[in-house]
Design a protein around this ligand. Sequence first.
Ligand code: OXT
Ligand code: ADP
Ligand code: MG
Length: 571
Amino acid sequence: MASDAQEQTLTDGFNLVLDALQLNGIENIYGVPGIPITDLGRMAQARGMRVFAFRHEQNAGYAASIAGYLTQKPGVCLTVSAPGFLNGLNALAHATTNCFPMILISGSSEREVVDLQQGDYEEMDQLAVAKSVAKAAYRVLHAQDIGVGVARAIRAACSGRPGGVYLDLPAKLFAQTMDAAAGKKSLIKVVDPAPRHIPAPEAISRALDVLKAAKKPLIILGKGAAYAQADADIRTFVEKTGAPYIAMSMAKGLLPDTHPQYAGAARSLVLKDADVVMLVGARLNWLLSHGKGKTWGAPGTQKFIHVDIDPKEMDSNVEIAAPVVADIASTMSALLKSMGEAWPKAASEWTSAVRAKSEDNIAKMAPRLQNNNVPMDYQGALGALRRIIAAHPDTILVNEGANTLDFARSIIDIFQPRKRLDVGTWGVMGIGLGYSVAAAVETGKPVLAVVGDSAFGFSGMEMETVCRYKLPVCVVVFNNNGIYRGTDTNPGGEEPAWTTFVKGSRYELLAEAFGGVAVCATSPDDLSRAVTEALASGKPTLINAIIDEKAGTESGRIGNLNPQSALAKKK
Ligand code: OXT
Ligand code: ADP
Ligand code: MG
């Protein structure tokens, strides 16, 4: 047996992992316990770290991913081996795809047994599986390498284009011991985890030349711009150009959506008619129709300026006349410096035409947002929520669904940066409750989650998590009895159509089950009252909002992506 003196000088894998995280300012962990990581969570809690246990790793992973987006520090998700790891992997892929810094730490089984495929408990070569969806993936086999492993994971997650990193920690590692002083020395505090990428002066002057020559400039802000936290400079830059701008969904609120230059309500017009388009932290992917086709102007009539930290993004879909490969914060300050005091504002012919179109669309929409119809339509229900967000602009809106997503995006104005969190690049259902938990934890702000009834089903059990941690989260389920609509019938028999759910489902009872506030809202007035109360009380609340089951459309605003709409066009 070791003497007391000897024991005091030893440390172990458990402690070194936690030491390494804390040394780098990571104090929150999202996960699900089990072999071999249960004690890691217990020890983290004993140190005063915050460990949020979920009911499913996918939701813990989404929480970690959005924690990374909101804080610029990697969000950490902790899972058990094989099945837990795989449940978390979806979120890791999501983080990589959306450029959010995240680390998925999974316990794993014994290397010797796994590699010989001898059937270990939860046997899987997790590192190999993770590699294809992670920005980087590492495995640590020795206690003395934990510091390096964690440091590399942090640097990989945060630097350049952020993304999801996998860190594989085999069970044996946690129990390894080593001299405590040597262990301490082996840890690394990552210096400057996201080094600035300063734009080249010629890239800045090229971009400004293109911008200056524009007759009809347009700025598109994406979630990379929101992530960059260069809010004041972005606003100053946009205002200095006088150009119309649109915000991709999670960039809404970088400048308030009520800003006179905001052209969200003239989206089609500006994408088609602009002669110079400046992308800031937004990719020309499917969400922007790849920068070509009928959404855009005729080929060759539009020039692109693209600010992005990843050089591979340039020319990925169309020619980029002025690439600025750099970080957005450095780019904005360089642009502002070079623009000087007397930068010409965008021509008023263009800005007035855009403004007129926006005002026209906004005026057309306005009366529908006032309706108090029962059953509710999307406009009536979201009109009520729009007024609440306008009155409480620091509320974080989490939004998923199809119609519930698409209507909310255009109806609910956002007033502050990083206050709208949604399905992101993959249009994924299931982010709702995970995002809500992390948004509340990381920011301390109230959260309003507006989710379709299908979307809610992917993470609904986390209502227990919300109630357990007593988080100020109000979930509104837009209950239209199904995916897109509740009216489908099965063309081939008696069983329910595969897009429909039990009619009249009582989603609110899930809150009641866990001691939260449960409300069924049948009118916009009801909904308004219930949400106002929830935000005022900060109590976990679930509101079942009854939406007309006929009100939605197939796939919301992206029905054109269904193969049958291509078939219909051919016929
Ligand atoms: O300019 P024009 O005239 O074009 O008009 C535009 C704006 O100018 C105008 N506008 C305004 N007018 C007035 N006032 C204001 N303030 C204003 N603002 C804007 O409005 C229009 C539209 O503007 P918008 O929205 O900016 O522009 P547009 O053209 O829509 O933009 C294009 C896009 C592509 C950028 C945009 O549409 C977009 O961001 N779309 C994202 C779509 C998306 O990601 N959808 C989610 C996926 S759908 C599907 O896959 C679903 N699934 C399958 C599934 C998924 N996804 N995941 C997993 C893990 N498994 C399965 C499922 C299961 S959805 C789904 C469930 C759905 O059912 P639910 O019950 O949850 O939801 P319900 O549908 O409600 O029942
Ligand atoms: P959206 O969906 O809002 O259009 P995307 O996720 O497509 O946004 O694009 C975000 C882009 O922002 C990515 O290409 C990413 O490389 C870039 N990005 C993220 N952070 C920064 C940063 N700090 N500086 C520059 N570019 C960034
Ligand atoms: Mg629905």
